[in-house]
Ligand binder design. Structure first.
Ligand code: SAM
Length: 233
């Protein structure tokens, strides 16, 4: 369970109403039950339920069962699509080890609004489900042009471009931080594509000879990056 609370041996953790509902209402845990807790900083702790109520509860951390681990410094940038597919991208980005998830607005972005809190909750659930000890931040919607104008020094960009189909992925072997960029269902505009190709830190890659849907492209790109440069090397 993810908690926004410092964790250490014998540390007491107070649960929110939603967390109490989940543990005691849905999971039917009672006093004495063991729960694994993480907060994104202190690793994972085995904690014991010492107080179980309808609107709240208290756990006490016993021992640390896993050290804190961080995914590589990889951003996943994508243009939000339909709700269920956007949720899918967030979930898979967490499972496949992105450190930060940035919804971006491009010229052809299908959806101009996102529910950041909902997407962040999805990221938290995905981290809980896959045993991660870190929850990536899902940022607010960024405009692609502004993000590129203010690009962090040194960060490399893997620009997924279906127009490269047939070409091999060429990613320089570097320990620099990276970002993956996936376009919207309608793809990038000619102007965006030209700008992206001209950036010295951008590397255009193909994800095979067919046009993938944006959610498939996100999974394929994360997998490709992790196998070539990331923590599956
Ligand atoms: N512009 C295209 C069209 O309308 O024919 C489709 C865009 S595709 C559905 C959505 C995004 O997925 C693209 O902008 C690109 O970033 C990525 N993508 C899909 N297939 C790809 C491939 N074979 N190689 C690299 N990127 C791909």
């Amino acid at each position: 369970l993810f908690v926004e609370h410092p964790l250490a041996e014998e540390q007491q953790v107070t649960l929110s109403r939603e967390q109490a509902h989940y543990l005691f209402g849905v999971m039917r845990l009672t006093t004495g039950a063991q729960v694994a807790l993480f907060n994104g900083q202190d690793g994972e702790y085995r904690a014991e339920v010492v107080e179980a109520g309808k609107r709240g509860g208290t756990l006490v951390c016993r021992d640390r069962i896993a050290p804190q681990s961080m995914p590589p410094d990889l951003w996943l940038m994508f243009a939000p699509i339909k709700k269920a597919r956007t949720d899918f991208i967030v979930e898979k980005s967490v499972e496949l080890g992105a450190r930060r998830i940035l919804p971006i607005q491009t010229e052809f972005t299908n959806s101009e609004r996102i529910r950041q809190d909902r997407l962040q909750a999805h990221a938290t659930e995905a981290a809980e489900q896959c045993g991660a000890t870190f929850v990536p931040e899902v940022t607010e919607l960024h405009r692609l042009d502004r993000l590129l104008a203010d690009w962090p020094e040194g960060r490399q960009l893997m620009f997924c471009d279906e127009a490269q189909a047939g070409a091999h992925a060429r990613l320089p072997d570097t320990d620099a931080p990276w970002a993956i960029l996936i376009g919207p269902e309608g793809g990038f505009s000619d102007a965006e594509r030209a700008r992206l190709h001209a950036l010295p830190y951008a590397h255009a890659v193909a994800l095979g000879p067919r046009i993938l849907r944006a959610d498939t492209a996100a999974v394929a790109a994360l997998t490709l990056w992790q196998t070539t440069l990331g923590d599956w090397r």
